[in-house]
Design a protein around this ligand. Sequence first.
Ligand SMILES: [Zn+2]
Length: 306
Amino acid sequence: MNVHARLAAASLMLMTLAAACSPQTEKTAETAPAAPAAAPISDTHAFRIGQVEAVALRDGTIVLTNAEEQSPWSAVSDVATVLTANGVTDNRIHLSVQPLLVKDGERVVLIDTGAGGQMGTENKLPASLAAAGVQPAQVTDILISHAHGDHVGGLVANGALVYPNATVRMTAAEWAAMQGENELQPIVRLIRPKVETFEPGASISPAITALPLPGHTAGHTGYEIANGGARLIYVGDALHSSLISVQRPELVNRWDLDSATAIATRQALLERGASQNLLFYGVHFPFPGLGRIQRRDDGFVWAPQP
Ligand SMILES: [Zn+2]
């Protein structure tokens, strides 16, 4: 199984699809001369977790047609049912990509780094970070959830580190696996002197703890950010789609390395989120990715935070 190769092969088509359904294109076409100018789509969303400042940073969108050769869910008819029931009329799966900036005391922490323009995404992260008032050299820590291209692709650009002063942190298991991935060698070579690994559940910074969410990759982890009674869960790729992963968590996702473990992780995470009314941050959920898991019938739905 090679996720990256499959996605790379599909990327040309994805770029076409992404352009065809771009919200900006639709807005321009619909704007009447007398209407007030449409507000520009914001690529940042600032919020707080207790006293900790955080900013959702838009990188782009991955658009997948619900078909065997593109979608990680081979249960195409089940997915079509979910999409239709939720008002999605184009039979496509839209996965936003939004790394999270967290200012934890003196630490300027970036959780995941986006796709670096791969997979049909727009590579908006550099501009989004600038819009949040942060220069790449100010980032002190990069926390990687896992070493797939849409999370580590933004670590390097033009043969150099994008965040030259940042320590790159990930689980020891993920770093071991990443070093064995041929297509990631250009990134591995550059970040090697910067990498520090941790074990699942480790404390990372005053507010941030690594949250074990096993199954998606060898060392996949989420992050739990807590301050003053407030709490946010960065779910990584334990949940990909706010519709399919939440409403049908038992469906096999071919992007998961260990499907049975990933499904169990997904179900337990949803159960915990609903039971404790936890604020979740979905790195691939509709921007800005904030919301809660609610029970509906025998399952769950995503309730975006207004
Ligand atoms: Zn991902």
